[in-house]
Structure formats: structure tokens, C-alpha cells
Ligand binder design. Structure first.
Ligand code: G3P
Ligand code: MG
Length: 373
């Protein structure tokens, strides 16, 4: 593992040609043909909803060719454990924020790889948990799910099911009130960090212990390991912590799952049954590789050609572990969850630790020029 504190700047090489043989814009210079990047978002490109790092904008302008310093673009995509809005909507918003036009194959959110998996619930009632308002219902419906209900719908039906929070006026405007005493749920899909842990833990416990997925029921032997339930529980993100614009990491969907696990164990004696997606898990990195190659094809590049992918992330548990397991190079940055101010060592060893995304990209380009790839 290499630790890079000072910046080798692609600006210096490209603009002054100090190392002429490595100048990217000179006609004769080699071009890193196999190089591609995968960028995490929170803690790498952004810190919080509204704070885009200036380095991120510079790097994406460089790689997309928008700043004219490269003879042609270097491919990249974004892979985030974030989500909570439909992919198309998030892609447009990120293009605006980051100042670069992202195409449909350049964004993988926590739930994007889940789309195919949940297709089996297309005709079935499912509980969609997480995100602001009914944004995750819109994600579910964008994936073809026809009976996507959210916790606010359930509370509107029977307020005493969770009487610690009142529905807001805004929530009353979008709830779908059905008589849920006749609706069998097949799954609870956690598509983003939830805003009401108490309510959502309560409703998920109800479904997991229910008879045939019907709220207000409890199946015989719900607390016996040999009596399986009727409702599948799926998480889209395992992050216990993530980097927002607060300088100390905040709790994420993985912390919610840990809370649910302990309450489920305490109330039933059983281990929580669930399926997990998101970084660092294989399904997300396999899906991301597929998207990257679809992107290459869309820009006229050989989708099957050899690639040297560098994943830039801030969380060793999701970004570095996942990239290492997938056989990509991994660049751990100091602008997010990970810090080594006091010599801390990351839980998973990256190829290199850099101060930020720009230094990481510069290092990777230099590596590829040296390899003559
Ligand atoms: O909720 C998002 C958070 O868990 C991490 O997002 O972009 O750092 O993978 P990201
Ligand atoms: Mg991150």
C-alpha cells in the first residue's frame, strides 16, 4: 500500500510537459487506453447533499474531456450506497451538481442492482422503507412494482400501529389508504436510510412475525426457527457510517439494520432473516462492471477489452473491500469516513491512500502511463 501525501499533478505533466514523455496531450504521448475509474459519491465527490468538492468537478471535467486537457475521455462511473430517488432523476441532479453530463450507464445507486431481483414482486404488495416522503415509492414504481406501499400509508390506515409520530400535512397529501387487514405483503424493501427508525422497525417486525404478511396478525410459531415467515426483507446498503457535511461520520442504513437485528433477536429469540445488497457485495460490483462495459459500448469503445479499473472511495468497508474483492485497484481518500490523522490503519488495505479524489486520479494516470497500458 502506497501513501501519497504530496500531489503529483496531472496539471504539471499535461501543461508544462516537465516529464515530456508522460505528457498526455502531446500527439506522440502514450494514452492510458485500459484506464477506467469508479467513483464513490459521499465522502469522495460530495460531503453532504449540497457540498460538491471542487476537486471532484475538476477531475470529472478532466476525465470527460470537457476541459480539453486530454486527447480523449477516460471512462468512469459512479457507484454509491446512497439512493432514495429514481436512478434517472438522481443522474440528472448529479450531472447538474458535478458539472458533467452523466449517461444512463454511469450511475449505480444502492438499489439499482436490486431492480432485477425484485421483479418477482411486480404484482405483489410490498412495503418500501426509507428516503424522504414517497421518493422510494417512486423508485419502486420505476422498477415496475405495482403495489408499493410506504410506512406512512400503514400509519394513515391505523395510527395506533405506531402512535409516537403524527403524519404531517405533506404526508397526508400522498398517503394511499387501503384496508391493509386484507393485503398480504410479500416483502419489505429498504431502499434508503429511513427517517423514522422506531416506526419502521415496528412495522418490519410486524410483517416478519405476521401470518401471510398481513398487518395485525401473528403466525403460530413466529418465534421458532423452523417456522419460516412469508415476508422477505431486503436491504440496499450495509453502511453503518457515512460522510455527510458534518465532519464526523453519520449513521447509515447498516446501523438501522443492526438496531432491527437486536430488537428482532430480543423479541423473537431468532436471528434476523434478510438479503443484503450494496457495496462491498459481489452483486453490486458485478452489476457495476456490466454498466461500465455498457458505457464503453455506448461511446464506441470495445466493451470486452481489458480494463484497469481504479475505485476511489472513502469507506474501507464498502469501497475498498468491494474493489479489492472484485480485482480492481483501490484508492482510499481522506475526505470521508476514513482518516489516519493519528496513524489509524484502514480495515481493508487499499492500493494507495491519497488526500482526495484529484490526487488519487493523478496517481492512477501516472501509474497507467508508467505501465504503458
Ligand atoms: O446513504 C449513503 C451512504 O451510506 C454512503 O454513500 O456514496 O459513500 O456510498 P456513498
Ligand atoms: Mg462514501
Amino acid at each position: 500500500m502506497v501513501t501519497l501525501r504530496s500531489a503529483w499533478s496531472v496539471r504539471r505533466v499535461v501543461s508544462t510537459g516537465v516529464a515530456q514523455k508522460r505528457t498526455l496531450h502531446a500527439k506522440t504521448s502514450p494514452f492510458p487506453e485500459k484506464l477506467a475509474f469508479a467513483f464513490d459519491i459521499d465522502g469522495v465527490l460530495k460531503q453532504g447533499h449540497h457540498n460538491v468538492l471542487p476537486q471532484a468537478k475538476r477531475v470529472l471535467r478532466l476525465l470527460s474531456g470537457a476541459d480539453g486537457r486530454l486527447p480523449k475521455p477516460i471512462p468512469f462511473l459512479l457507484i454509491t450506497n446512497g439512493g432514495g430517488v429514481p436512478d434517472e432523476e438522481r443522474r440528472k441532479a448529479l450531472s447538474e451538481e458535478l458539472g458533467v453530463e452523466l449517461t444512463e450507464n454511469q450511475l449505480v445507486q444502492s438499489h439499482t442492482p436490486i431492480k432485477d431481483y425484485v421483479d418477482k414482486y411486480r404484482e405483489n404488495p410490498v412495503l418500501i422503507v426509507g428516503g424522504k416522503g414517497e421518493s422510494c415509492r417512486r423508485v419502486a414504481e420505476s422498477y415496475g412494482l405495482k403495489h408499493a406501499f410506504i410506512p406512512q400509508d400503514i400509519v394513515a390506515w391505523k395510527p395506533s400501529i405506531w402512535d409516537r409520530t403524527e403524519l404531517t400535512e405533506a404526508e397526508r397529501s400522498f398517503v394511499r389508504t387501503e384496508d391493509f387487514s386484507n393485503i398480504p405483503f410479500s416483502a419489505a424493501l429498504i431502499l434508503h436510510d429511513t427517517h423514522d427508525w422506531g416506526r419502521d422497525i415496528t412495522l418490519i417486525l410486524d410483517l416478519l412475525s405476521s401470518d401471510k404478511g398481513i398487518f395485525g396478525t401473528r403466525r403460530e410459531g413466529h418465534n421458532r426457527a423452523d417456522v419460516k415467515g412469508d415476508v422477505e426483507l431486503v436491504f440496499s446498503n450495509a453502511d453503518v457510517e457515512w460522510r455527510s457535511d458534518w465532519p464526523i461520520p453519520r449513521l447509515g442504513q447498516g446501523a438501522f439494520r443492526l438496531s432491527l437485528e437486536s430488537v428482532y433477536k430480543e423479541t423473537t429469540g431468532l436471528d434476523l432473516p434478510y438479503k443484503q445488497f450494496g457495496k462491498p457485495f459481489k452483486a453490486t460490483y458485478d452489476f457495476s462492471e456490466l454498466m461500465l462495459r455498457r458505457y464503453l459500448s455506448s461511446v464506441g469503445r470495445d466493451p470486452k477489452g481489458p480494463l484497469n479499473v481504479y475505485m476511489v472511495g472513502d469507506n474501507p468497508l464498502s469501497d475498498i473491500d468491494g474493489a479489492n474483492r472484485h480485482g480492481w485497484s483501490s484508492i482510499l481518500v481522506r475526505t470521508g469516513v476514513f482518516h489516519d490523522t493519528h496513524g489509524e490503519k484502514p480495515s481493508h488495505t487499499p492500493t494507495i491512500i491519497c488526500d482526495d479524489v484529484e490526487k488519487g486520479v493523478e496517481w492512477a494516470i501516472e501509474q497507467e502511463l508508467r505501465r504503458g497500458s
